[in-house]
Design a protein. Structure first.
Length: 259
């Protein structure tokens, strides 16, 4: 089951041409295509720009074959070792022992405002980040703009563009020259909210970005909301699933909402 996105319907698939079709009945095909288009146009909640239910299998279980446009950092950060697997219609993400960085599973897409919904499962001590980036933004490290970090006991929302991933702040942090004012500024760019999520169980997640505000909802209940300038960056172009240790993800839907 896809996670709830308010009034947004799943895009219906066009009827296969071979079903009830002959070369002498093109009107039926156009009617089916029109109905599909009409269903999409009638939604008031935006345009569905990406969906994945991970209902596929790998041809070689020894390789990362996520498919559907997904990329990972396993080659550069885990010496090419597999860190992402398709299992029983879900995405299993796990950090390899040799990795020098958390796992990043990447999908490129363009939006300013969006609703991102998925199902997820994490264990105690695990973390799933819904990380938004713009790889052309040179004022920050690695395009980082904002992120929602989900743990079993806490949810954090961070503006990284004007906070810790700003190049000047990051350089100071690495050089250990952050001033008290710098640390106060970075602290003001993130907000955390307590939660009590059952570990190793599936939960529904919705992350909504509306201009400068990010809102996180879990299992139908709003967990927290944070407003900060970096969240409102105009040209978001990448969704990263960021995993420090291990996480499961399924049924992802991204709706672009520019109203």
């Amino acid at each position: 089951m896809l996670p709830d996105l308010g009034s947004v319907p799943t895009v219906p698939a066009p009827l296969p041409i071979e079903i009830g079709m002959t070369k002498h009945s093109p009107i039926l095909w156009f009617a089916a295509l029109f109905c599909t288009s009409l269903c999409v146009l009638q939604t008031n909640a935006g345009e569905i720009i990406f969906q994945d239910q991970f209902e596929r299998t790998e041809t070689d279980d020894q390789l990362e074959q996520v498919g559907n446009g997904w990329q990972t950092n396993s080659k550069s950060r885990a010496k090419g070792n597999k860190q992402v697997d398709l299992v029983d219609g879900a995405l299993h993400i796990y950090r390899h022992d040799v990795a020098d960085h958390g796992v990043s599973v990447v999908q490129d897409m363009a939006f300013k405002n969006a609703k991102i919904a998925m199902r997820f499962r994490i264990g105690k001590g695990d973390e799933l980040g819904i990380n938004i980036a713009d790889m052309k933004e040179k004022s920050v490290h690695a395009g980082h703009l904002c992120v929602a970090k989900i743990r079993t006991h806490k949810v954090s929302i961070l503006d990284m563009k004007t906070g810790r991933m700003n190049l000047k702040m990051r350089e100071k942090s690495q050089a250990k020259t952050l001033t008290a004012a710098d640390k106060q500024l970075i602290a003001s760019k993130e907000k955390s909210f307590p939660v009590d999520l059952e570990a190793d169980q599936w939960h529904d997640l919705k992350v909504e970005i509306a201009d400068q505000t990010m809102t996180v909802t879990i299992d139908g209940k709003q967990v927290g909301q944070f407003t900060s300038p970096g969240i409102g960056h105009n040209t978001k172009s990448r969704l990263r699933l960021a995993v420090a240790k291990e996480a499961w993800v399924d049924d992802i839907t991204v709706v672009r909402d520019e109203n």
